[in-house]
Design a protein around this ligand. Structure first.
Ligand SMILES: C[S@@+](CC[C@H](N)C(=O)[O-])C[C@H]1O[C@@H](n2cnc3c(N)ncnc32)[C@H](O)[C@@H]1O
Length: 265
């Protein structure tokens, strides 16, 4: 953690070697994905939970736990909550453009998983109106306390904080139209279990949006483990009853990778 900028990296470190690794990683990722989509969903759902994750020596920003070739990052602690509300975020992430891209409508039920201070949920709130609801899910009660304070200040009543666990967002089953994770998924200590339970909360046809800093783009000045490639997201989402719908690229630093819940027999 680096005080006010927990996920920013030093731009000087990005160079040609790094770009080469990213391209090579992309090619290897594509090969893995092609192989993976043919075989992996059943492999992943039937493999014993004890072999799902590997443990290695942690890197500086990671917890040393490896899932599908990716080291999981540290959770951003509540003491860095101010970083989520930084004014530059409007320019760096364009949250209002993101919310327009999601095509929400009055009455929608949204789950903002890893809601933090509600920076995104509070902007979703007017789109879904009085008949809609945003479930703001967190594992840190301190974040939910900040969310409640900000809701009171802004007169927002259609966000409901939920204290989840590291494996379960505790959503009502088959209730959610859109589950969104902005800069969150790469922090899940139990990504497989979280996605299983998120899928349980989704309606059939409900969507999941992964909003992650683009690993493919060296100009995005965010630490390696806080970025994800599109291929890696697809690889980790598709063992679940999720079908890829589209990847939206209209934001400065992030991509928005959208899936839909499909019926299983
Ligand atoms: C980088 S912050 C992003 C907050 C918010 N989405 C935003 O964009 O402002 C990531 C948040 O995800 C939360 N988180 C991590 N793992 C979680 C889990 N399994 N369930 C719910 N929240 C989680 C952390 O506590 C942290 O507040």
């Amino acid at each position: 953690m680096e005080g006010g900028n927990p996920m920013l990296k030093n731009r000087q470190k990005a160079g040609g070697t790094r770009r080469g690794f990213v391209i090579l990683g992309g090619i290897v990722g594509a090969m893995l994905l092609l192989n993976y989509t043919a075989t992996a969903p059943s492999d992943e759902s039937t493999r014993p939970a004890s072999t799902r994750y590997e443990q290695r020596t942690p890197s500086r920003d990671g917890i040393g736990k490896i899932y599908m070739g990716r080291e999981i990052s540290h959770v951003m602690g509540h003491l860095a909550a101010g970083w989520l509300e930084r004014p530059e975020r409007e320019r760096e992430e364009m949250p209002n453009r993101l919310i327009e891209m999601l095509k929400l409508k009055e009455g929608d039920v949204v789950a903002d998983i890893g809601v933090g201070t509600g920076y995104i949920a509070r902007r979703i709130s007017p789109k879904i109106g009085k008949t809609g609801i945003v479930y703001g899910v967190e594992i840190q009660q301190e974040m939910l306390n900040i969310l409640a304070e900000k809701m009171a200040e802004e007169g927002i009543t259609n966000i409901k904080g939920i204290l989840g666990t590291i494996t379960d967002p505790k959503l009502p089953p088959n209730s959610v139209d859109l589950a969104i994770m902005v800069d969150v998924y790469h922090e899940f200590s139990h990504p497989y279990e979280m996605m299983q339970n998120i899928c349980r909360g989704l309606k059939i046809g409900g969507r999941v949006a992964f909003v992650e800093y683009r690993l493919e783009d060296d100009n995005v000045p965010i630490k390696r483990l806080h970025k994800m490639s599109e291929l890696q997201v697809i690889k980790e989402a598709t063992p679940h009853p999720l079908s890829w719908v589209e990847t939206l690229d209209g934001l400065p630093w992030q991509h928005v990778i959208i899936f839909e819940k499909v019926a299983t027999q």
